[in-house]
Ligand binder design. Structure first.
Ligand code: SF4
Length: 408
């Protein structure tokens, strides 16, 4: 196996180029860089690009395969993921053994590179499975993060969602809402740091899960953040600004924070608060999405967050209400967001609606005979929202696909 892979690779080109960055190490396996692989400094496989195929691997060994020239994607079966792993590690181990490579240091350190070579060389299939088990012993399945938070360290202070009944949302249906006590949080953070070790170098901040963490008592959140900061300071592998690195979801119907509480959150290091607006149309909110918030609630919450100097991430669901409500959804949503006073550092996410068989959204749409948007119409709608919302200066308007999230 080893030899045949080595033959394939040596036909591909002479010397493999290895780029040692501060957080990851990349092996470029073809002359035109259309085949490369990224590992973190724990030797954990993170990303593969092979021609037009990309593979992202999560810490729990889920692989998401995407096509560069289309929006097609799929999660690999366990068997497929295993064979990607076995083939790739064999190839990389062969390269390390052959010594036929050149290392380019772009921020990485020689000692770390030597150490990761050793880790990769020892990383066999059993370790691959055990590593995923270790991850699962620290975390319940992580269902979603906003895309700008994919590289955050996930620290759930709460479990589940304090509401959990929106018609379209299946994020936390498998768990009951609860707030973790301080001892549990401390134990969990220790476990997380122990699992990540040098993988912490890839992390860029802390996302406080789960659904609507800010529903928790503000003073308890501030206290938990303080404990988390103390623990993070003990790791030499954390390179982000510990004092100013916290993010999380907030609802606008159970959570009512005073200005003083918002100020406390900001002072404790919360930078951006994420709110699921979904739509600016109150009829759709209460009758189709079954979400007990209103456009006014969201507007007030956003203003109070911005008033103390934090940023917001607003999530809009594109395609909600199908063809019948397409224009009302668009007009009311754009008009509401335009009145929020968003500035540099704020983000508006466009999240295409995903329908799940077992959720009420589908029933409501079907019972009312509402036609869904076609693929082309959905694309046009995303483009229309993006064009209008991008006019708000300094605000980014990326796409947020909840159905292809992977914690990697
Ligand atoms: S959309 Fe948000 S508030 Fe509604 S059930 Fe999902 S996580 Fe909870």
């Amino acid at each position: 196996m080893f030899l045949s892979l080595l033959k394939i690779y040596s036909k591909m080109f002479q010397k493999v180029k290895i780029f040692a960055k501060p957080d990851t190490i990349s092996f470029v396996l073809s002359e035109d860089a259309s085949y490369f692989v990224i590992f973190d400094y724990e030797g954990r496989l993170n990303f593969i690009l092979k021609d037009v195929r990309s593979y992202r691997r999560s810490f729990d060994n889920t692989f998401l395969c995407g096509d560069l020239y289309s929006s097609r994607f799929r999660f690999l079966s366990d068997e497929e993921g295993n064979s990607v792993f076995i083939e790739l590690y064999s190839l990389i181990k062969g390269i390390i053994v052959s010594g036929d490579f050149e290392i380019y240091y772009t921020g990485g350190k020689q000692n770390d590179v030597l150490e990761v070579f050793e880790k990769i060389s020892n990383f066999d299939y059993t370790y691959f499975l055990e590593d995923a088990l270790r991850f699962r012993s620290v975390y319940k399945p992580i269902t979603v993060l906003p895309p700008d938070q994919y590289l955050s360290l996930y620290i759930p202070l709460t479990e589940g969602c304090s509401y959990n009944k929106c018609s379209f949302c299946n994020l936390y249906r498998d768990r009951k809402f609860r707030i973790k006590d301080e001892d549990e949080v401390v134990l969990m953070v220790k476990g997380i740091l122990d699992y990540f070790r040098k993988s912490l170098l890839t992390r860029k901040g802390v996302f406080l899960g789960e659904g609507n963490v800010f529903v928790e008592n503000t003073y308890k959140i501030v206290n938990a953040i303080k404990r988390i900061k103390d623990l993070l300071r003990e790791s030499e592998y954390i390179k982000f600004d510990i004092d100013n690195c916290f993010y999380g979801f907030m609802d606008t119907f159970h959570t009512r924070k005073t200005k003083e509480e918002m100020r406390l959150l900001k002072e404790s290091g919360v930078r951006r608060v994420y709110i699921g607006l979904e739509t600016g149309d109150d009829f759709l909110l209460s009758n189709v999405l079954l979400k007990p918030s209103s456009s006014k609630d969201v507007l007030n919450a956003v203003r109070s967050i911005k008033e103390v100097g934090m940023n917001v991430g607003i999530i809009v669901i594109v395609g909600v209400g199908g063809k019948k409500y397409k224009d009302v959804h668009f007009n009311k949503t754009v008009s509401l967001i335009s009145s929020m006073g968003l500035t540099e550092g704020d983000i508006v996410y466009l999240s295409p609606i995903v329908e799940y068989e077992n959720l009420l959204y589908k029933d409501i749409m079907d019972k009312n005979g509402i036609e869904r948007l076609s693929e082309d119409e959905m694309r046009n709608e995303i483009f229309r929202f993006k064009k209008s919302l991008s006019l708000i200066q300094g605000v980014k308007v990326p796409i947020y696909r909840v159905d292809r999230f992977l914690y990697a």
